[in-house]
Design a protein around this ligand. Structure first.
Ligand code: ZN
Length: 149
């Protein structure tokens, strides 16, 4: 059971929805400087996504919780993250696409916001928290200019 308190995003929207997910995935960081993390290893990722908006859709949802789960959990659970096209292939040389906790958080934001941009009620993904271990997590927060107008 996931019951945790998360850092709050300051905002002025009427509705805020949070979706918790847990998934098992493997990754490696293809850089010599990554030390032991250059070897394939696994984590139980704990992910929290914060979505906000002023309007609900035709179902009375800000966004369906299931939609968020499909985007994140269905795609990455029991996978080797490096093999997903969003993280390039194993021979990649661009650190901005290595599946580090930071890049995983940003990528999840991009995948979710891309879907939200199609919604008539225009919800926004304000924060993605990715916990890689019990003692390490990253928070990604989009900036105003990152959203479509
Ligand atoms: Zn790792």
């Amino acid at each position: 059971m996931i019951h945790q308190f998360y850092p709050q995003v300051p905002h002025d929207y009427r509705y805020e929805l949070n979706k918790d997910m847990q998934l098992a995935a493997a990754h490696f960081i293809p850089a010599e400087s990554a030390g032991k993390c250059a070897n394939v290893h696994g984590h139980t990722y704990v992910i929290n996504v914060t979505i906000a908006g002023d309007k609900l859709n035709e179902t009375g949802f800000l966004v369906d919780f299931k939609t968020i789960k499909n985007i994140v959990h269905d795609r990455f659970d029991h996978s080797l993250l490096n093999e997903d096209e969003v993280f390039g292939d194993a021979k990649q040389s661009d650190p901005d696409s290595f599946p580090t906790t930071e890049v995983v958080a940003r990528t999840i934001w991009q995948l979710i916001q891309r879907e939200l941009d199609e919604c008539v009620n225009q919800p926004r993904c304000l924060q993605v928290l990715v916990r890689e271990t019990p003692t390490s997590y990253v928070v990604y927060r989009a900036k105003e200019g990152d959203f479509e107008e």
